[in-house]
Design a protein around this ligand. Sequence first.
Ligand SMILES: Cc1cc2nc3c(=O)[nH]c(=O)nc-3n(C[C@H](O)[C@H](O)[C@H](O)COP(=O)(O)O)c2cc1C
Length: 268
Amino acid sequence: MSSLLSCFGCCGGSEETQNPPHTNSERQTTGSKVERQQKNATSTVTEKEATSGKERSVVASEKTHKAKVLIIYYTTYGHIKKLADRVKEGLEKSGNCDIELFQVPETLSQDVLKLLGAPPKPDDPVLTFEKHNKLAEADGFIFGFPTRFGAACAQMKAFFDSLGHLWQNGALNGKLASFFFSTGTQGGGQETTAWTAISQLAHLGLLYVPCGYTFGSEMFSFEEPHGGSPYGPGTYAGADGSRQPSPYEVQYAEHLGKYFATVIQRFH
Ligand SMILES: Cc1cc2nc3c(=O)[nH]c(=O)nc-3n(C[C@H](O)[C@H](O)[C@H](O)COP(=O)(O)O)c2cc1C
């Protein structure tokens, strides 16, 4: 039981592989943790200097280091891709983030995709296992996914499942993460999709950044139907997928990018 708890089998875990199950204390001293400790040390010095009123130029130059943010999404019909592009615009407008946009690998066969009437995939690169180092190097993630039966699509869940090796060495602990999402209909899972995905973040040690009500008073409006909630931006695709993200929904997606950039600067 203890070996099960300490390893999902992703690190080999045998003496032959020279890669024994990791202990909790080993986890705390690997990769990103050390980097974070170094960053923390820097900010402690910075704070001291700032409070003494000296060396303000040092403070400013250290703040110019950009946060690395990955937008990671899955889409079948393109709604989530539209939101992903607007989230990226919001991050870009902040001017303080290095941004990369990725799709997660498809898990359905071409036959099933054809039956679903899925158009060709967007051009954005696919975040395959070989590129997982990007996750360890990043400071934050914004995940976008459509609803399947009231929860995140299996492609996104399979992607989270593939991160066992990063979970195992604690590489994602303390990084920030947000969501955006899409459902066919009202009541089809706008809130449950985000809510149930939070468990993925908790286990990976990621800090959830909800938008709350920061998008403003229109969040309270009944004037027109719109997706999104305090959990993040969202859109309705309609039962046949023909509805496109509304101006409100794409503006909220852009707001998420800007808001995330503000929050990550506080932690960075
Ligand atoms: C197998 C399957 C299950 C779905 N389940 C739901 C659901 O439970 N609730 C809902 O509102 N929409 C559901 N949908 C509709 C999708 O959420 C919708 O097509 C998607 O949000 C569109 O986003 P995309 O264009 O980025 O793929 C489902 C679609 C498929 C293909």
